[in-house]
Design a protein around this ligand. Structure first.
Ligand SMILES: Cc1ncc(COP(=O)(O)O)c(C=O)c1O
Length: 402
């Protein structure tokens, strides 16, 4: 029987609990594992180092861990993916996908060194692609220029939707059409699999900072990749060799957060819809960027590609940097802090913080101005949130008008 995503979130990765006689996922903290015989150990190493998901012996925790694997399977189910691969952070996950383009057995792909990417995108992803550290030749284009930018050397197309920090939306069907046979990596952090499942739309990779909604409580740094079995084998090989593994305790916490993921995402979204409408009417505001507002979603991505607008809002202050700083420094309930997707509400200044590392040119292209603020709406009582935001906006408006 096919269950609703909300039911799957509660039960995924727990299918064998009756058989095991447990009601919470077993937490395996081993760093090394016994093998039945030397021959079994040799076979297991061969399987795991070729990117296999599991083997008779886990051998060593950098190769496999049962608690992590259990969560990976649950996460893959949420994304409707063949496989999930967990990492120590979102950046480790993105790094591994990029490096998987170079895994040796893909002779044809190894020769390809060109990446086509679209801004805006999370600041460190932007910098990782731009700074040359990994040796790829990266070409930044607009969403409509992807097809024209692709050459025989293109290994990967990189997009993020909704994009950090301006919530810019991308029509993934259009991206896939342009990409053709070239794999597409979608950063799905802001939407979560509850609102958007990129693999069902033709993406090869859906990546997440699990630190955000998947963890959901601000206490687990993590990254996830959802993909098909062929690419999963390559991504696992990169993980074995570069060691950006997720700690089993972190996987346990992620798994603990999964049953409430739909509830948290939907409640925060409900709050955000109300706040976005109210923010738009405040005299201190020049523009609001939120997929739930018509102007931010001219092609009806919400409803067609996403089940809802999510719960991150960006807005431009009329008074520029001074007004943005005053607003951020005046909130009490909204915590002045980077990150998002936690139960509590956060406020941050992208140009000064999350996207500070991006080049000035990149920030200009991305619409990241000094007057832009980003809020991540939590699951608090919405009127308390509005009261706090309104007093901060009033304070900024008065200060800048002086
Ligand atoms: C959209 C997006 N992708 C990736 C990352 C990187 O994830 P992490 O901080 O877990 O490494 C972030 C972090 O803020 C993000 O917002």
């Amino acid at each position: 029987m096919e269950y609703h995503l909300q039911t799957q979130a509660v039960h995924a990765g727990r299918e064998d609990f009756r058989e095991l006689g447990v009601h919470a996922p077993p937490l395996d903290l081993s760093t090394t594992y016994p093998m039945r015989s030397l021959q079994s150990g040799r076979d297991s190493i061969d399987q795991l180092s070729a990117g296999g998901a599991q083997a008779e012996s886990a051998i060593y925790a950098r190769l496999h861990n049962q608690t992590v694997f259990r969560y990976e399977c649950a996460f893959a189910q949420m994304e409707q993916a063949e496989a999930g691969i967990a990492f120590a952070s979102g950046m480790a996950a993105i790094h591994a996908v990029l490096l998987s383009m170079r895994v040796r057995d893909l002779e044809d792909v190894v020769k390809r060194n060109h990446i086509v990417a679209v801004r805006p995108i999370y600041g460190c992803t932007d910098h990782l692609l731009s700074c040359g550290l990994l040796g790829f030749d990266v070409e930044w284009v607009t969403a409509d220029q992807i097809g024209a930018a692709i050459t025989a050397q293109t290994a990967l197309v990189v997009v993020e939707t909704p994009a950090n920090p301006t919530l810019t939306l991308m029509d993934l069907a259009n991206v896939m059409r342009q990409a053709g046979a070239v794999p597409v990596m979608v950063d799905n952090t802001f939407a979560t699999p509850i609102l958007q499942q990129p693999l069902t739309l033709g993406a090869t990779f859906s990546v997440h900072s699990g630190t955000k909604y998947l963890g959901g409580h601000g206490d687990v740094l993590s990254g996830l990749v959802a993909t098909n079995n062929m690419w999963a084998a390559r991504v696992r090989q990169v993980r074995i060799l570069t060691g950006g593994n997720l700690h089993p305790m972190a996987a346990y916490l992620l798994h603990r957060s999964l049953p409430t993921l739909p509830l948290r995402v939907l409640k925060a979204q409900e709050n955000a819809i109300l706040l976005a409408e109210r923010i738009a009417t405040h005299p201190a505001i020049a523009a609001v960027y939120f997929p739930g507002l018509g102007a931010s979603d001219p092609t009806d991505i919400v409803g067609r590609q996403m089940k809802g607008p999510g719960s991150v809002i960006a807005f431009e202050m009329r008074g520029g940097f001074a007004a943005a700083a005053k607003t951020m420094d005046s909130t009490e309930l909204f915590l002045a802090a980077v990150s998002l997707g936690s139960t509590d509400s956060l406020i941050e200044h992208p140009a000064g913080l999350t996207h500070r590392i991006v080049s000035q040119e990149g920030r200009n292209t991305s619409g990241i101005t000094e007057g832009l603020l980003r809020i991540a709406v939590g699951i608090e009582f919405v009127e308390d949130l509005w009261q706090d935001l309104k007093q901060a906006l009033d304070t900024a408006f008065a200060a800048v008008a002086e």
